[in-house]
Every structure is written in structure tokens, then in C-alpha cells.
Write a protein of this length. Structure first.
Length: 53
């Protein structure tokens, strides 16, 4: 039971972080650094895998 509460608390910053990364990446498409999209995709898939979303 305690573990599921921890997961929910961990999920809140992740849910806030992912759209921020994606928004920052999408606004910088023209002059985007090479690591922008791979980083966004990695974090998205990583958190989806960890939390089973």
C-alpha cells in the first residue's frame, strides 16, 4: 500500500516534466540541440515503462 502512494507521488513530477520537455523541444525545432528529441522520447518511454502507463 505504501509503495503505491510513493509511485503516485513520483508520478506527479514526471507528469509535469514530460509535457515541459516536449513543449520545450517542440518550440525549438528549428534551432534545437541534437539531444532534444532523443531526451524527450527517452524520458517519455522510460516513465511509461516504469509506471506502466
Amino acid at each position: 500500500m505504501k509503495k503505491s502512494i510513493l509511485v503516485k507521488f513520483s508520478l506527479i513530477p514526471a507528469l509535469l516534466l514530460i509535457p515541459t520537455i516536449l513543449w520545450a523541444a517542440s518550440t525549438e525545432i528549428s534551432g534545437m540541440p541534437w539531444w532534444g528529441w532523443p531526451t524527450a522520447l527517452f524520458f517519455t518511454t522510460f516513465f511509461m515503462g516504469v509506471f506502466g502507463v
